[in-house]
Design a protein around this ligand. Structure first.
Ligand SMILES: NC(=O)c1ccc[n+]([C@@H]2O[C@H](COP(=O)([O-])OP(=O)(O)OC[C@H]3O[C@@H](n4cnc5c(N)ncnc54)[C@H](O)[C@@H]3O)[C@@H](O)[C@H]2O)c1
Ligand SMILES: N[C@H](C(=O)O)[C@H](O)COP(=O)(O)O
Length: 342
């Protein structure tokens, strides 16, 4: 790979009192073939680097600057100033707007093609809401910012990829949200992005039921018969390979997962408990359906570890790698397309 084709990736620091800052600094020590730009507070990076004893050169850049390939112990930073001083581990609603500003800046640069992808460090949903801003997650925030009607949250580790029909909603609302229209559009986004972003020509998707034993023919719940089965039949008629709805309790056994490219779970914990059981700390969160490439870590802000040096950067490393792979795949596809049309 020549330097000219290296992906340029923007990485947001997330909640300033959390471990996002720590793991970005830890990763900066490593060598990887990318151009990396951190979007966040340069003062915060400096203070946390001192606390952790990490020697790193922090270089402020603007959108006009050309970003060189990453060198260990060096970070290029688009500085977004904090609103208040930060104590590691201590949340402060005064910095909620700072966090949102980093996300807005990242989305803008990615949408305008200045950077190839965004990787996000974890934010604290509760403190943003406590500051008076309704916020349920990056997934929904980036969907709204980019006017994307349907996005899909998918987490992946090793050979297991799990996508969700509903995301950050109270459990009591899940059933009402599983409508034929939502399920069909989630399946279409998942299917298309598995093809586009993961180079799977004919993805095989295992679909979980909502109820115990996938409803037991309507005796334990009717969502399978009234919503899930009709939608699967409609999509199958177009050639999609959709298996299910299967009982979710055995959907994640090795036998059930054989030959499966992704599992579609009906709600957050149905899918993410087995996924994180398998690979917590190593998995990647990918937002499908967006006009930009966005990945993230599989963990939260771990406030108790901020500034201690105990946080592990593995999921962040995996998120960077996954974003870079998708960028390179897209570049190759565009090159092939350009050559085909010459
Ligand atoms: N991508 C994101 O922005 C994201 C993802 C998940 C959770 N969150 C948010 O994070 C906040 C805290 O969530 P939580 O407490 O449920 O989960 P958490 O992931 O922060 O912590 C769960 C456990 O895992 C440990 N842990 C987490 N990351 C680690 C790492 N990199 N290295 C070592 N140990 C690690 C923590 O110490 C804790 O014991 C919540 O506001 C939640 O919404 C954000
Ligand atoms: N649901 C995710 C998880 O459990 O890892 C997490 O909350 C992050 O979601 P966003 O990427 O939407 O912030």
């Amino acid at each position: 790979m020549t330097p000219a084709t290296l992906p340029t990736i923007a990485i947001t620091l997330g909640e300033p009192a959390g471990i996002g800052v720590d793991i970005v600094l830890m990763l900066a020590r490593e060598n990887f073939p990318l151009r990396l730009v951190v979007i966040g507070s340069i003062d915060l990076l400096r203070q946390r680097a001192t606390l952790l004893g990490i020697k790193v050169e922090l270089i402020a850049v603007t959108l006009q600057d050309i970003i060189p390939p990453h060198c260990p112990n060096q970070l290029f930073v688009i500085n977004i100033p904090l609103n208040a001083e930060v104590t590691p581990g201590v949340l402060n609603p005064a910095n909620a707007e700072y966090v949102l500003n980093t996300l807005r800046a990242a989305a803008i640069v990615a949408v305008h093609g200045l950077f190839d992808a965004i990787v996000t460090a974890p934010v604290h949903k509760g403190i943003i809401n406590a500051a008076g801003v309704s916020f349920s997650g990056h997934t929904e925030f980036f969907a709204a910012l980019t006017n994307t009607p349907q996005v899909v949250m998918m987490l992946a580790t090793g050979k297991l990829s799990v996508a969700l029909v509903t995301t950050h909603v109270p459990l009591a609302q899940v059933s009402a949200l599983i409508t034929p229209a939502r399920l069909e559009s989630v399946i279409r986004v998942l299917y298309t992005d598995l093809q586009r972003k993961f180079a799977l020509n004919a993805p095989r998707i295992l679909v979980c039921g909502l109820n115990p034993h996938a409803g037991e023919n309507g005796h334990l719940g009717r969502e399978e018969m009234e919503v899930i089965i009709p939608v699967l039949e409609k999509c199958r008629a177009e050639g999609m390979v959709l298996i299910g709805p299967v009982a979710a309790d055995t959907a994640f056994t090795d036998a059930s997962l054989t030959g499966i490219d992704a599992v579609l779970a009906m709600y957050h914990d149905q899918g993410l408990i087995p996924l994180k059981q398998r690979g917590f700390g190593e998995a990647v969160n990918i937002t499908l359906g967006l006009p930009i490439i966005r990945t993230s870590v599989d963990h939260g802000t771990a406030l108790e570890l901020a500034g201690t040096g105990q946080a592990k950067p593995n999921s962040l490393r995996a998120a960077l790698h996954s974003a870079a792979t998708m960028v390179l795949r897209q570049q190759q596809k565009e090159t092939r397309h350009a050559m085909d049309t010459m």
